[in-house]
Ligand binder design. Sequence first.
Ligand code: HEM
Length: 385
Amino acid sequence: MTAVAYGIWKGQEKSSENDIIANLDPLGADDLMKRIPDINNSRDVSALVSLANTVTPSLCGAQDLEYHQANAAIRDIGIFLGSIKRHGIEPCAVIHDLEAIMNVLAETTSMPPRDTLLHYTVWNPADHRRRTYTDTRDEHCLIDSVVKAMDPLVKAIRLLANLHHTPMQFTDFKIICENAAARFQQVVDGMVLARRNVSLSFFATELRLYFDPVRIGGREYLGPGAVEMPMFVFDQLLWSCDCADEDYRVFKETYLPYVHPEMRDIYLKYQKHDSLLGKCFRTIIDDRLDFDPIVLESMRALRQCFQQLKRFRMPHKKVAEEAYAQEIREVDSENSDHRSHGSGGYSPDILSHIVKLTNQKVAKLDAYISFYEVKSGASLVYSGR
Ligand code: HEM
């Protein structure tokens, strides 16, 4: 029970950090930011560059900003970075002192020297102050989908971290799993919201171009695509910290620098541990322990977390594939090049790979459950499949 209460308390703390950053306007940019969608629409790069240089603080000004202000400043400068890059220009070539300024802000915030999904969504105000590239309904819906999903995902991750310290023989284990699965429902709902309200054609041929990588200090930094959600931290705790798959390890480490420092700490803390799936295995093969119906209940409850993951991943993969198919159709009809990679640098193939791994891990858990049912002597058929 203590574990559940801890999750809720930390969640409130995080919400207030989001609100504090979203409410701030340290560069006095509220009015100027509203002009960006029109400027993007008319492809007026010189207006964009001139506005960016007006909004970006001096190096001294950047040094004076504390953690929350610095994150709000990155959020606002970030909209310019994505916009300028979308029109084919590297922002460092046209914004004075950009590299040094972004490095100072990165140092203050322990984040990369450009905006991330956090800046674009939960640290972006929800109202008339919201910063966007296009001010279209599709873009607002995409942001809303991620906002809906982000906090529940973070709370579910904290609950999984608690499970690592909760014996499977305790009824708390089941309660925490159920809580995590319930939180994760909002992530599934966020995906459904995007699928219903974001035009895949608009996403593929316009919106995602604003999330392209930008070059700062000789390195490419990825834009604020939804791929930067800490979903891989959820995976890490549930099934992947002890998974040897090299492609998935590289994928996780690509996005690790872009998630909240708290999520990075959790990811690294459990790196050398058994995953929760591994914990199931160790618990049931221990011959010194008699069959325990609570352990069986714990495994079945953990399966709900896997089930939720699949309920997100299957439709999401379909959406991504449809968006890319759409892009190929539209761009081919204009007889020009199309890009086979997403804003995160991967193609939708990586999604098939992640879905395949997730399915393999669910199959493993099912095998453990069946084995343990046999161990009970009752040969139960698990009805939850
Ligand atoms: C228009 C809708 C969307 C499209 C076309 C789309 C497309 C993609 C693509 C192509 C990838 C592969 C990585 C890359 O970008 O290079 C990806 C990854 C990902 N996206 Fe989306 N996405 C969409 C909406 C969303 C939403 C609303 C969420 C969350 C609520 C989300 C969460 C993720 C996550 C977590 C990954 C990492 C892979 C995984 O964990 O399964 N996406 N997406």
